[in-house]
Design a protein around this ligand. Sequence first.
Ligand code: C2O
Ligand code: CU
Ligand code: CU
Length: 428
Amino acid sequence: MRFKAQRGSRSFLPGTTTPTMGYNGDFLGPTIRVKNGQQFHADIENTLDEPTTVHWHGLHVPAKWDGGPRQVIPTGAHWKPEFTIRQPAATLWYHPHAMGLTGEQVYNGLAGLFIIDDEVSERLNIPKQYGRDDFPLIIQDRRFFQDGHFAYAQNMMDVMNGVIGNHLLVNGAEKPFLDVPREKVRFRVVNGSNSSIYRISFADERPFFQIATDGGLMEKPVTLTSLLLSAGERAEIIVDFADNNPAAGVTLLVKQFNGQLFEAMRFTSTGPAENQTDLPQDLAAINWLKESDAVRTRTFVMKTMGMDMGMMGGGGLTINGKHMDLKRIDETVKLGTTEIWEIRNSSDMMMGMPHSMHLHDVQFQILDRNGQTPEPREWGHKDTVLVMPGEVTRIIVRFADYTGIYMYHCHLLEHEDNGMMGQFEIIR
Ligand code: C2O
Ligand code: CU
Ligand code: CU
């Protein structure tokens, strides 16, 4: 596949034009679709006037093709990653990751979906006709200046709180409509926002079924009436529209952590009634990692210091007291071992910032939060996890197949860009 990171423009607000960035287009990028076991290659050209990278979020790939801040694509250059897909069916995504530029470039529109299929996802009787009963929902919020330009991070408050928008976009459009068949429909929901945590539901409070976490299908569907996704997290859900009112439709609601509520989009069903099928009760097998297999525990303290700590340039955002430094390896892990990573959010009471911890290369499992088993909606493969103020979340992770240097960081992109990131190296 050929990709071009490019500048463009789009009209989001009536009468204005917004300068944007996209892959092969003005905003967002094409959906990549591959099958487990398949070879993937791409030719990515950077036509921007600044460096970029393309990171495969959630993919298990050799370190040199990870697309993190170590794999810079200078202006005018091409990058040609090549790797084999070695993981189950999942909804993953790709986005830029250059040091200090991730937030701004994602905000401008650089992001796309990366879907993996496998025998299980193809065999299961679940909606899978892309564009008919299987749709991506990339949810992002934006702020604009009067002239239509994006109002990206303006000051230290934006860095500390993350840039939170007052316009809600789904797949790059504000309040879109979608006509869906009168049956079960699958949505691949991506929280592609820079720093927002979303609670997603339907205005009529209809229940729906979650079938996948970040890294793939769950063992069994989980019934929900709302879905909580922090920045960078994904979920696949099945919604039954058999009873959809053709005219009124169903409204998707998205609520930000600060309480702001958006009528994000509307689903109408103008077509005929369809055959109804039951959702399978057994989805995929998951190989659960055992605590007793872990060779050690590491602790990661995510800290947001107060405004008075001399933090221009993001001095207050650290993991284990350190800011990201490309020249420093923070953790060295041994290939083929399993570890427990204990993630502590010790932001002070005044700031009370949630964080969204993300690890490159691996899919992990959540052991517990403050000692409690996570809710069923998190029982599965995860690469990003919400850690609320004061919380301690323990994850278990196995480092397999590849050696090399990868990142871990807060997926609130303003936090990441301002130091809340570290590097781990997998060695033999
Ligand atoms: Cu989605 Cu290191 O990123
Ligand atoms: Cu990632
Ligand atoms: Cu954070």
